[in-house]
Design a protein around this ligand. Sequence first.
Ligand code: ADP
Length: 201
Amino acid sequence: MSRHVVFLGPPASGKGTQGRRLAEEDGLAYLSTGALLRSALRDDTELGKKARPFLDRGEFVPDEIMVPMVLEWTEAQKSGWLLDGFPRTVPQAEALDEALNGELEAIILHVPDEELRRRVACRLECENCHRVAREGEGEQCPKCGGKLSARADDASANFENRLLEYRRLVIPAITYYCDRGRARIVNGTGSPDDVYQRVRG
Ligand code: ADP
């Protein structure tokens, strides 16, 4: 049976770094909804136009936009997949369960707020492939040669609002998986390699 994994956690908790690595090693298709939205904004697509006001304010994009978009992607996958940044709300988790036939593992990354603020103040991402840079990588992505730059939505007011949205909307989605015995909570502090060892379990 195909393996299905979702990553949940506060902003800057390492979902992208860990999710990409796990997907690569285990041959799972990978989708980051945040990266998808940022590309749509940059290319000014229809999705980008709809999503921009929410992203600019550090708010979540409404479920009516996110759910059909992600389900279209999951349904197109022939084998296992990993989602980074979806679900982020209880209705998104319910919609995914309804569409899914098979098991789903939820990995929850736990990182204290102070550590998240510290990380976001210096986080860089590749504008082209959206990989999060490691410290000391300079200005160019070692994977694709794209430019490494700070994310506009990592400005402090926007980030604080995303933390509030996390408490209001994502914590109930985490509870949804805990109640069903499908959540694994992983300590997300320490080096990316240390965290990855815990993610692998
Ligand atoms: P972070 O690493 O800070 O968690 P992401 O790259 O995962 O950021 O997401 C950035 C933004 O994209 C979110 O703050 C939210 O506005 C929007 N977004 C991403 N995924 C979803 C989703 N499943 N539902 C609603 N909004 C989303």
